[in-house]
Design a protein around this ligand. Sequence first.
Ligand code: FES
Length: 112
Amino acid sequence: VKPDPQLVALCPVADVAPGGSLRVLVGSHALAVFNVDGCLHVTDDTCTHGLSSLAEGDLDGRVVTCPWHGGAFDVTNGEPVAAPCTVALRTYPSQVRDGALLAVLAAPQVIG
Ligand code: FES
């Protein structure tokens, strides 16, 4: 398998238990990893309504509730599901390799 330069290692899969979440910094970019029934999902950590960390919110199924104003997002697709959040949360494709969670953070460069 050819290494994919776009893939960034975020954390060991075992670091995020089912129903749990983890804040991961890649440089200055804060990401949140959520474990929904054993499946990991990667989103931006910062709420689109304010500057709150969503990894510190409550995860119930696929919905995380922001600890600041009670807005909520579906972490599997980033859609806002409760006010005051109206702007979708960015999500990132991810995969598991050798026990590590890898994510694609940047869109591919278009050349030419
Ligand atoms: Fe998240 Fe306001 S900062 S709902």
